[in-house]
Design a protein around this ligand. Structure first.
Ligand SMILES: Nc1ncnc2c1ncn2[C@@H]1O[C@H](COP(=O)(O)OP(=O)(O)OP(=O)(O)O)[C@@H](O)[C@H]1O
Ligand SMILES: [Mg+2]
Length: 244
């Protein structure tokens, strides 16, 4: 049997120990997959990704990566386990140039800087042209590319993203999603949280739908797109997700 790369087991977590937001969430991500966590506002999606990323304390359950327990391991230590996390907002250093942002992504692996930089620029050639500009001056889509590029500089095997398409036009969201397909193609496994359910599921292998801190539905992306219950109950849509 293939073991999951990331295994989240029965996780309870929140911002206050007496008030858990996640009530026993379990989730698997297998090597080579894109897995998306969906759900309405306040469902606990960001809380889940933050708990995995070591930003919140986990009061019950466990998180393992490659079979190693990383429950409670702090964010800056996670890159040793080759896990990178891109938050939804403030995910670039606005005053620093694109090149400086990329350089910061390789702080813990300076020996690999040149090689990683080449790899990231091959993946996102636009970053080369934008290299000298302050990240804060870029468009939303370009900034997202810098954030993903910076995360990839650390050479992760698992990339976690919180709403990579938030605030972008549908067209730019599409650009970000096609970039994530390329990231997957170079061998990086992806776990993301998204509101943009239809577009995210179209590039995903599997998905989980959360509501009120619990998993409501899970399955392969196609089955979730076709599942009217998912569209109606959890995603604010009133028809099948696959339709438009
Ligand atoms: N910093 C915080 N302190 C206390 N409670 C919080 C904090 N951030 C979020 N919450 C609460 O946790 C619950 C889940 O929020 P979370 O941000 O995980 O939802 P989400 O699914 O990511 O929603 P959205 O789609 O709006 O981003 C909500 O009830 C929210 O009010
Ligand atoms: Mg969120």
């Amino acid at each position: 049997m293939v073991e999951p790369m990331l295994a989240v087991r029965d996780v309870e977590a929140g911002y206050n120990p007496s008030l858990p937001i996640l009530h026993g969430i379990s989730l698997d991500v297998f090597e080579g997959e894109i897995v998306t966590v969906l759900g309405p506002n306040g469902a606990g999606k960001s809380t889940l990704i933050k708990a995995i990323a070591g930003l919140l304390s986990i009061s019950r359950g466990s998180v393992t990566i490659g079979g190693r327990d990383i429950t409670g391991v702090e964010t800056h230590q996670l890159i040793r386990e080759r896990v990178a996390y891109v938050p939804q907002t403030e995910n670039v250093f606005a005053k620093l140039s694109v090149e400086e942002n990329l350089a910061l992504g390789a702080l813990h692996n300076p020996d690999q800087f040149a090689e990683q930089r080449r790899r990231v620029l091959d993946l996102f050639p636009d970053l080369e042209r934008l290299g000298h500009l302050a990240a804060g001056k870029l468009s939303g889509g370009q900034r997202q590319m810098v954030a993903v590029g910076r995360a990839l500089m650390a050479d992760p095997t698992l990339l976690m993203l919180d709403e990579p398409s938030a605030g972008l036009s549908p067209k730019l969201a599409q650009v970000v999603f096609s970039q994530l397909i390329r990231v997957k193609q170079v061998g990086v496994t992806i776990l993301m949280v998204e509101q943009n359910a239809r577009a995210a599921l179209k590039i995903s292998d599997r998905g989980y739908v959360l509501a009120e801190g619990q998993e409501k539905v899970q399955g392969d992306a196609r089955s979730l797109l076709d599942n009217p219950e998912v569209g109606e109950l959890y995603l604010g849509a009133n028809s099948r997700l696959a339709r438009s």
